[in-house]
Design a protein around this ligand. Structure first.
Ligand code: SAM
Length: 198
């Protein structure tokens, strides 16, 4: 049986919205991202697999999900919007006030562009999404917090890592075992945010 079939079937069996759930579980097992009661922002959350895992691993912490497409999950707050629009960020801030969240402990981005099939184009679009996720994190992540951001492999990856390195104590590129064989995705995991003016 192929690996993707295994995770797809496992997600169905275990009640996860997507096979992507297992990628975040592997990332957490390796990097210890989540703790009980943490506040999590999940960018590009639909259909909701990562938000489910975040909710589970924070044992009922606040999870705020954002996507162009709807996410309906019990216990998860959702904002439908494009992360590139300032209005979406304003709505995130509004929700933070409602939930009494000053800053997030963890910001996740599993955002993907629409795949064109042209590697370089997909890579550059994924870099734009990743940079936007980091821009939002600079404002909304607490000092000491963590980010996990998806990227598609390409020439810009190491430049982005170099840009983020000074803002964190620890930054590493990691491909979890649950990623599809031959997939060009990789996750940038950064911990212990030093603050936006680093
Ligand atoms: C691979 S899926 C995320 C899967 C999710 N992590 C899960 O576990 O179910 C990527 C998502 O990124 C979202 N996305 C792409 N561009 C976006 C944007 N500009 N603003 C908000 N969401 C975006 C897409 O709508 C899509 O649902």
């Amino acid at each position: 049986m192929k690996r993707q079939d295994y995770y797809y079937r496992r997600a169905k069996r275990e009640g996860y919205r997507s096979r992507a759930s297992y990628k975040l579980k592997y990332i957490d097992e390796k990097f210890y991202i989540f703790k009980k009661g943490m506040n999590v922002l999940d960018l590009g959350a639909s259909p909701g697999g990562w938000s489910q895992v975040a909710r589970e691993l924070t044992y009922g912490g606040n999870v705020l999900s954002v996507d162009l497409k709807p996410v309906r999950l019990e216990g998860v707050k959702f904002i439908k919007g494009d992360v590139f629009r300032d209005e979406t960020v304003d709505r995130i801030r509004e929700k933070m006030r409602e939930l009494d969240i000053e800053k997030f402990d963890v910001i996740l981005s599993d955002m993907s562009p629409k795949i064109s099939g042209v590697r370089e184009v997909d890579h550059m679009q994924s870099m734009e999404l990743a940079r936007r996720a980091f821009q939002i994190s600079r404002d909304l992540l607490r000092e000491g917090g963590s980010i996990v951001i998806k990227l598609f492999y390409g020439q810009e990856i190491n430049n982005l890592k170099r840009e983020l390195d000074p803002y964190f104590d620890f930054c590493k590129l990691y491909t979890p075992p649950a990623s599809r064989e031959g997939s060009r995705e990789v996750y940038l995991v950064c911990k212990r945010f030093k603050g936006s003016s680093s």
